[in-house]
Every structure is written in C-alpha cells, then in structure tokens.
Design a protein around this ligand. Structure first.
Ligand code: ZN
Length: 165
C-alpha cells in the first residue's frame, strides 16, 4: 500500500497508483491529457519536461502480453495519436519510449520527448535516468513548471482533435 495526498488535502491508501489515477480516484496534477476505452494519459509533474506523457492501462495488468487483442489495438493507436499531438502542438521531433514490468504499479509507458539540453547526458537509453533526475531535482523552478503546464494544455487540446478526427 502507498499513501497518496489528494488535491483536497485528504490522504488515501492505495494498492496501485496506476489504478488510482486511471479510475479517477486521484486526479493527476495538470489533469488528464486524454483517454480511450482502455488507456489513460497524464503527465507526472514531478518531472517538468514539456510534453512528457505517461500512458497507463485502465485494467490492472503488468505485462504487454496480458493485454487483450482489443487493448493492444487501442494502445498502439492511442500512442500514435499522442505522438502526433506532441509533434503538432509542441513541435517535438523525437520521443523516447519505455516501460518496465517489474514496477510497483501497473502497465504504463513513459513517452519522454528529447530536447537539445539532454545531449549532455548522452544519447539512447543510458541518458534517460539522468535526464529524469535532472528534471526532477534541477528544473522544478517556476519557469519549467509553467512551460510544462502550458504544454499539457496544448497537448490535451490537440489530442482531443486527433481522437475526434
Ligand atoms: Zn493497478
């Protein structure tokens, strides 16, 4: 169990943070970026990187091969629409994707945009952890946070267009 503080200041104990978010028990800071029948997208605002998106399944599964055929189709289609929205709304050229199955919460994919400032941490997979740590510890000032929040709004609006079209 982990303890989560809600926006009204109350705390709740949840078994799985992804379940709490996708069910609506916990409203993510910055709001829901978009959702489909089987998936839910939000930003983890602890990492103020504009356009970073976390896509979680609504069902509590751990591994990719546990998704039903319908969920698999929904997943790839949703990822592609979010990717399109990142490009259209925020001009994001490259994205790093990752998920791991040995996590304390359930199936979710990180979509981490690549920006020029990340070059100093190297390229490819080894740069991801230092980039995220840097964002969390060094970029939690007003400016990065504001940019991230306005990015969420633009992304949310653009994704709605992509889903409705
Ligand atoms: Zn869960």
């Amino acid at each position: 169990m982990r303890t989560i503080t809600l926006s009204n200041g109350e705390t709740v104990e949840v078994k799985c943070l992804s379940c709490a978010l996708t069910s609506g028990l916990v409203e993510p800071d910055g709001g829901v970026i978009g959702e489909t029948a089987h998936f839910h997208a939000h930003q983890d605002v602890a990492y103020p990187i504009k356009g970073l998106v976390i896509v979680a399944s609504k069902r509590h599964v751990i591994s990719l091969d546990e998704l039903t055929e319908e969920e698999r189709q929904d997943y790839i289609s949703f990822l592609a629409k979010i990717r399109g929205a990142q490009r259209a709304a925020l001009g994001i050229e490259h994205v790093y994707y990752f998920y791991n199955e040995d996590t304390t919460h359930h199936f979710h994919t990180w979509m981490v945009p690549r920006y020029p400032w990340m070059e100093r941490f190297g390229r490819s997979v080894e740069s991801v952890r230092p980039v995220l740590l840097h964002a969390r510890t060094q970029m939690n000032d007003g400016k990065s946070r504001e940019e991230m929040l306005s990015g969420i709004q633009r992304l949310t609006a653009e994704l709605k267009k992509q889903i409705d079209s």
